[in-house]
Design a binder for this molecule. Structure first.
Ligand code: ATP
Ligand code: FE2
Length: 324
């Protein structure tokens, strides 16, 4: 079975072709905002402008190898409305052109499924941290249940906002990580965990204030230590609650080596196994949509055209996980 997948919920337009074994082809085009954060309409224009060459490369690869496409999967949500609509329109056109089913994929679930596929994690507690989301999830009675999540902005968004306020370019996460390496001192910042939920917006503001008084490297490192300790605390509690033995880290912020180190220590102390997929499968990518589309298709799940409208607020726990 071969599925073509299209991702474009935010900054990355990406198209991929996968089968059960591997990624056959993947092509992407990255939107970089001229200034400030992601502008939804500009990002959508970027995706529309790059659609033909990005999809074209992948279709060329399929043609070259004589591969037939069995379905077209696309990220139906959550994400930025204009971006989602651009991607959905292209996906519908492709499915009609090839006469194959359409599969609408939940973007968050795709992060999880590709992570499981690429690491071999069987039934993990998932820490999903990105620019749009911060959630701790685990599969229970056929759904990815959200054990804890942010009450305001995501951790990636908090990092990016802080970075902008101190004059660093977008995305801020990688810049902060690099700066934090030369830190000498810990500066106390607000640590906010409420029950199983998190809040990052006060932390971001407080860090921007602190940057006026203290060394920037120290503030960057303290920001990371505080935010990541919050995430590790909730992940650890979910592990106990859900009675799982594995932790899987997914989403763009998962690229951070300090976060990985802290999670790894927690897992070792708890006798849990820690899994992180390769870098290329952490952030948004077409392969994760194609692969999730494939497992859904094989379980008999497809999306009729009439139900293919985009879902900007699509929640992870709305999806019935009927595949294995
Ligand atoms: P989603 O739609 O799933 O919310 P997204 O569109 O935000 O995802 P991702 O690629 O999953 O895209 O995540 C991007 C985020 O990851 C940005 O906020 C960026 O700053 C952050 N990030 C990337 N690398 C690092 C790093 N090394 N350390 C911390 N954060 C990072
Ligand atoms: Fe994402």
């Amino acid at each position: 079975t071969v599925v073509l997948g299209l991702e474009g919920t935010a900054w990355n337009l990406s198209c991929a072709l996968v089968d059960e074994e591997e990624v056959i082809a993947e092509e992407s085009a990255t939107y970089v905002p001229a200034k400030g954060g992601i502008h939804p309409r500009e990002a959508a224009q970027h995706h529309a402008g790059h659609m033909a060459p990005v999809v074209g490369e992948v279709l060329d690869a399929a043609r070259r190898d004589g591969i037939a496409i069995d379905a077209v999967a696309f990220s139906q949500g959550p994400g930025l409305g204009p971006c989602l609509r651009t991607v959905a329109t292209a996906a519908r056109a492709l499915a009609l052109r090839f006469g194959v089913p359409l599969v609408g994929v939940n973007h968050c679930i795709a992060h999880i499924e590709v992570g499981k596929w690429k690491t071999g994690a069987a039934d993990p507690v998932v820490l999903y941290v990105s620019g749009g989301n911060s959630q701790v999830l685990a599969l229970r009675r056929g759904r990815y249940r959200i054990f804890g999540e942010t009450l305001d902005i995501s951790v990636g968004n908090a990092l990016d906002k802080f970075a902008r306020q101190v004059g660093l370019p977008h995305p801020g996460g990688p810049k902060l990580e690099a700066l934090a390496k030369s830190a000498k001192e810990y500066i106390p910042l607000p640590y906010v965990v409420k029950g199983m939920d998190l809040s990052f917006s006060g932390l971001s503001t407080a860090a921007a204030q602190a940057a006026k008084k203290y060394d920037l490297a120290d503030v960057c490192s303290s920001f990371q230590e505080t935010a990541f300790a919050m995430l590790v605390e909730v992940t650890e509690r979910a592990l106990a609650h859900a009675e799982k033995k594995e932790v899987l880290l997914v989403g763009g912020v998962g690229a951070n080596s300090r976060l990985r180190e802290m999670l790894n220590i927690m897992c070792e102390e708890r006798g849990a196994q820690f899994f992180v997929p390769e870098m290329r499968f952490m952030g948004d990518n077409g392969s994760m949509i194609a692969y999730t589309g494939l497992v859904m298709l094989k379980a008999g799940v497809t999306t009729p055209l009439a139900e293919s409208r985009v879902r900007p607020g699509y929640r992870t726990d709305e999806v019935e996980v009927v595949w294995k």
